[in-house]
Write a protein that binds this ligand. Sequence first.
Ligand SMILES: *Cc1c(COP(=O)(O)O)cnc(C)c1O
Length: 480
Amino acid sequence: MNHQLYHNLIFELSHPGRRGYTLPKNEFGRHEIPATLKRTVDAELPECDELTVVRHYTNHSENNFGVDNGFYPLGSCTMKYNPTINEEIAAHPAFVNLHPLQPAETVQGAKEVYENLQQALSALTGLSRFTLNPCAGAHGELTGLMIISAYHQANNDTKRTKIIVPDSAHGTNPASAAVCGLEVVEVKSTADGLVDVEHLKTLLGDDIAGMMMTNPNTLGLFETHIPEITKLIHDCGGLMYYDGANLNPLLGECRPGDMGFDVMHINLHKTFSTPHGGGGPGSGPVGVCEKLVDFLPTNNCATNAKGHFTITVHPYHGHFLTYLRAYTYILTLGKENIKMVGPYATLNANYIKECLKDVYKLPIDTICKHEFVFDGLMDKSTGVTTMDVAKRLLDHGFHAPTIYFPLLFHEAMMIEPTENESKETLDAFIEVMRKIADEAKNDPEIVKSAPQETPIKRVNDVEAAKHPILTFKQLIDDNN
Ligand SMILES: *Cc1c(COP(=O)(O)O)cnc(C)c1O
């Protein structure tokens, strides 16, 4: 699709008076819209024929990269395949046409799905009960931290205003804690990438509300000191929060509830194969241990059984069609196959790591879980950065890994293949990564100026972040 016509904005394709659709002549009486509700000036809308509109959006959709087009090893994000059967079930008219204000007796089947998914998550995590309401991982964190605060308040333990968060944590952890009104205390990582227990000991006291942990952590490493850490926090009166956004490597292997965690969230849009972001609403269910069950928000969210939780986490029941997708995923795998998710996700990540660690720098050389982090190319003399490698991957039809996160290394490159990928795909990715390492040595300019093959070449990301052009009008004004 090379002709400029196919790259124009829809406003550039507009012609005054051109119509895509004409309404039939009105045979009924006119219904006057009150003048106060009417526009005083016409909306600025493009005027195009239907075929132009269809081509415009179809061509643009093909410029997008998705899991259905190619390998998408975005670490920490678990861009796993969203099975088509999930969509089929979620699109069923019996579910799509439900209304949240329907009388309860007419939605018993939907309530059963909610209850069954809640119970499946409890069984997989070892926690007593889940609320499915929160609609993102960060929203789940906030809900979980509010539960922790409500618990301490119910015990008149009001000094507990601090929450311990590891320095390797996902950025949402400290952000959620701050929104919840808690003071974040950072615990350091050791050189081998795990929580520094000796440093943790110096932070404990009767002002600690709890600690947030991610496991495997953002380096993809299993936190081996969890029993000791949970004991330290519980002994000082705090609660343990488990960031279970990525539960992939643990499915069927071990359960946060059994490790002593009191509260956790799960991202259905990572581990449980529901779409991310623009692909659909997220969902971040929160599970709690027995003693916190009464602090969960109820489904109508006004208050809970004990009246402790008086905020609205989400109106009505949250993203029901997302629950259906996750529940379908769990049922299609079944009790036996779901146990294979963790081992395959782990095997795939370790395979890539071992095949590339002679050309990319592996700062922590150990067995990882579902993901791992390189610190750029092994040979730093070429001047080729992680950003350049990421851009060059696009030329070969692979999405870039997560880059410059976690912040522990300068040239971080975080790779997560997920359990779904075939050996052929992993080998193709490895081959391209090795080829780019070669180019960095022999033809660095081609890497530094990548991508060459994509519809949009390298963007100026500082300019894009500082002066984003967000409207068509601004684009025209800026060009004039
Ligand atoms: C993705 C992620 C989150 C945040 O989830 P959102 O749905 O993006 O809000 C939190 N913690 C970890 C470890 C994550 O990977």
